[in-house]
Design a protein around this ligand. Sequence first.
Ligand code: RIB
Length: 310
Amino acid sequence: MIYSFGSLNMDLVSQVPHLPTPGETLLGTTFTTVPGGKGANQAVAVARLGMAAALIGRVGNDSFGRSLIQSLNAAGVAAEAISLDAQTPTGVALIVVDDAGQNQIVVVPGANGKVGQREVQSLAVRLRAGDGVLLQLEVPWVAVEAVAQFAQAQGATVILDPAPALGPLPAPLLEAVDWLTPNQTEASQLVGFAVTDVASAWVAAQALRQQGPRQVVVKLGQGGSVVATPNGGFHQPAITVPVVDTVAAGDAFNGGLATAWVGGQSPEQAVQWATAVAAYAVTQRGAQASMPTRAQAEALLAQVPQPHPL
Ligand code: RIB
């Protein structure tokens, strides 16, 4: 079983010709309201790939919250441990996507910000050795850290996506992590220098591994990913695909990584699989709607290049 412990948001998405600059008013071409939130997206990625997935988080007792739970049920994600908060509205994300598929996101956490002891306990009574736990930073860090430490003690795998980028992470959290998966921006904030290419990502990945995580993947988008493991490192090139919408590509990567790693694959195989899953996601619009089935990811896996040792 793979648990995602994290956020649920209703994504309010506008398509725009280009990303707005400060003070600019833009005319959008479309507006959609779709299920999102990094926690929920990663759980859906796992379920679409055919592995048992559950989400633990919190929504408001409102129409967005009910709709998010319904869509998780429809995607095959166990949603019974999601709490309803009578006082706080469901989280929302205001998203603009430009014609090149790039995005800007403002998250208003709402009920996600109330995740705490109740949700940690929900996870604790369910988790078993050998399970996987997907974590992100859209819910309070204190809860994320408690889950990571509990999961490590139980013999479960902990995969932390340090998103959104919010600066240095507490040492006890990093020490409980099996896989840390920052993107370029997040990695730069975590190490305190600019991560711009494979060489700087490799320095960053090794520096982050020194802080506790057993494996570190620095995601470079179309530049692929750079991976540091206890046995050395490698650069995994990306696949060239037509980019339509990069929202939730990182969530797709983490969901894919979790299914392969918990399924017993090597770091190289797991990162290749995650690369194929993320590549599919950027060819589709939306967050959860862009997650591939196993067959759709397998169709791209053949195009994923071999990794280069570092
Ligand atoms: O990673 C993409 C997600 O970030 C969106 O679905 C949005 O809800 C924000 O959480």
